[in-house]
Design a protein around this ligand. Structure first.
Ligand code: ZN
Ligand code: ZN
Ligand code: ZN
Length: 140
């Protein structure tokens, strides 16, 4: 069985981040969620973190290419784990964020056809696509 703490420690060190207990704890919370986790859920699970500490811990992991914001048009900010191909230099997501209109879950979904978005004369750094509908669980 893979030891999560070891895995997270390696992940943090790989991105030149110190494997502090707080960062590992945050990763545990984000990774334990099958879909993207709402900020309020992180807050309630880590209510022993003060606001600033939580903010800093989240930002360190965002900058390190370990977690990302799963932006959807909602009052809430969602976070999800990144895959191996994200680095501290660049988040490189080949997926879209899907919001279920029934259960309101937000998840990272791989797309079967590669997204090709080109705009003349601009340099695209990030593409955010939100897809909404009814998820697998709610459809059945
Ligand atoms: Zn990422
Ligand atoms: Zn659903
Ligand atoms: Zn995502």
């Amino acid at each position: 069985m893979m030891n999560l703490e070891t895995r997270f420690t390696d992940l943090l060190r790989d991105r030149n981040l110190k494997a502090t207990p707080k960062r590992i704890e945050l990763l545990n919370v984000v990774a334990s969620y099958s879909s993207a986790i709402p900020y309020s859920e992180i807050q309630s699970k880590l209510n022993h973190f003060d606001r600033v500490t939580l903010y800093r811990t989240i930002n360190a992991l965002l900058d390190g290419g370990i977690i990302h914001k799963a932006s959807v048009s909602s009052d809430e900010v969602y976070y999800a784990m990144c895959k191996e191909y994200c680095t501290s230099e660049c988040h490189n997501h080949k997926h879209v964020h899907f919001k279920c209109l029934e259960c309101m879950e937000v998840s990272c979904v791989d797309v079967t056809n590669p997204l090709q978005i080109q705009i003349p004369n601009v340099i695209i750094k990030q593409v955010e696509i939100e897809v909404s509908g009814v998820c697998e669980k709610c459809v059945s």
